[in-house]
Ligand binder design. Structure first.
Ligand SMILES: C[S@@+](CC[C@H](N)C(=O)[O-])C[C@H]1O[C@@H](n2cnc3c(N)ncnc32)[C@H](O)[C@@H]1O
Length: 187
């Protein structure tokens, strides 16, 4: 799908998104979001923030947060959640493939369940690594083909040093050869 089609799709389902995904949140995702969010620190960027389901799980070390998404409908939901949970965040409509931030702007970043949707994930990843400061922390929660359950999708939380983004998508999962990348959980 093109970016404008993705934006329209999420605009149309934004107010029903949380209800539709609630069973998965209950089964797996809430626990993984807690683990992922606890790894964030300092100035933090969330890419493709959606309805802001990670916001309640940001660690206390997050000093300033910025969230971007293509869909204004999803951003509206995220704004409501930000108020509900008392986690202030600057929300901006922006394409993950063209982040309007200077190099090295953030201490940490997170993106969850997004790389299957962004049209060119390799471009978005390169942008994320550009805006992350050297030595910053990138945290990913993505669903990938699981090595543990043949034919099933699994979810995993992984983190990587800013210098080593490419491994994240390698091998249709989080494994890769790069020893600095760590997979925290697989299901
Ligand atoms: C499956 S939802 C995941 C939302 C949220 N990250 C979560 O964990 O619930 C995918 C999100 O990616 C956003 N998205 C897709 N392509 C994007 C792009 N190129 N730039 C920014 N956001 C994008 C969609 O608008 C949608 O909010």
């Amino acid at each position: 799908m093109r970016a404008d089609q993705i934006r329209d799709f999420y605009d149309q389902c934004a107010d029903r998104y949380d209800a539709k995904t609630a069973p998965l949140e209950w089964l797996w995702l809430k626990r993984l979001r807690q683990e992922a969010g606890g790894r964030l620190h300092g100035g933090t960027l969330e890419v493709a923030i959606g309805t802001g389901l990670n916001l309640p799980h940001y660690g206390i070390g997050v000093t300033h947060a910025v969230g971007i998404d293509l869909s204004s409908g999803m951003l509206l939901q995220a704004a409501m959640r930000s108020r509900e949970v008392g986690r202030p965040i600057d929300l901006l409509q922006m394409d993950a493939e063209r982040l309007a931030f200077a190099d090295g702007s953030f201490d940490s970043l997170i993106t969850t369940l997004s790389m299957c949707t962004v049209p060119r994930p390799e471009v978005a990843l390169a942008e994320m690594m550009r805006v992350l400061r050297p030595g910053g922390r990138a945290v990913f929660l993505e669903h990938v083909r699981s090595p543990n359950r043949d034919g099933y999708c699994g979810a995993a939380v992984a983190e990587s040093a800013a210098e080593t983004p490419a491994w994240v998508l390698s091998g249709a999962g989080f494994g890769g050869d790069n020893p600095s990348g760590r997979v925290q959980h697989r299901v």
